[in-house]
Design a protein around this ligand. Structure first.
Ligand code: ZN
Ligand code: ZN
Length: 170
């Protein structure tokens, strides 16, 4: 995804576009639909301020019930592009430099980074997903079972172990 600088009007302009996930390096097994791109650009000459919004439809496997489900990812933020002919190097991710003669600015990496940052660590099809029965493997969101899955508190388990070892000594 590139912002064309030639013909970009001074002041505020809006760019709405969509890109193929693969073209910006997003994994296509998760991102299967075009990413919607919304940019509010403010061009003040050597400096371009960009408010961005990237929206993606994703597919994932639930960590609890192992079913595939779809979810939306939305990334919002600001990028600042500064024209510089030297080899300026920015430590800040949100500040980028571009050559004053450059015909365009490539924001593919920014789209990739912004969306991957929004990816949840734990994927759940729904907040209260009941998951699979540990004994019979039934999807407990769909049906219930009679298995007795006792959840043993690890602290109690440790205590039980202490008592048992104490008794065997005596
Ligand atoms: Zn689930
Ligand atoms: Zn069961």
């Amino acid at each position: 995804m590139k912002i064309k600088l030639h013909g970009l009007p001074r002041g505020i302009s809006n760019i709405s576009d969509s890109v193929q996930p693969g073209s910006v390096g997003l994994p296509e097994d998760i991102f299967r639909e075009p990413i919607s791109i919304n940019l509010l650009l403010e061009d003040v000459g050597d400096l371009i301020n960009a408010d961005y919004q990237f929206v993606a439809s994703c597919f994932g496997i639930c960590d609890r019930c192992a079913n595939e489900f779809s979810f939306k990812l939305r990334a919002e933020g600001k990028l600042l592009f500064i024209a510089n002919s030297g080899d300026e190097f920015s430590l800040q991710d949100s500040v980028k430099y571009f050559h004053p003669d450059a015909p365009e600015i490539d924001i593919s990496q920014d789209i990739l980074d912004a969306l991957m940052l929004e990816m949840p660590v734990k994927l759940l099809c729904k907040e209260d997903c009941k998951g699979l029965c540990q004994t019979c493997g039934k999807d407990l969101n769909v049906e219930s079972c009679d298995c007795k899955n006792e959840i043993i508190d690890p602290r109690w388990q440790a205590l039980t172990g202490l008592i048992e070892s104490g008794e065997s000594e005596g």
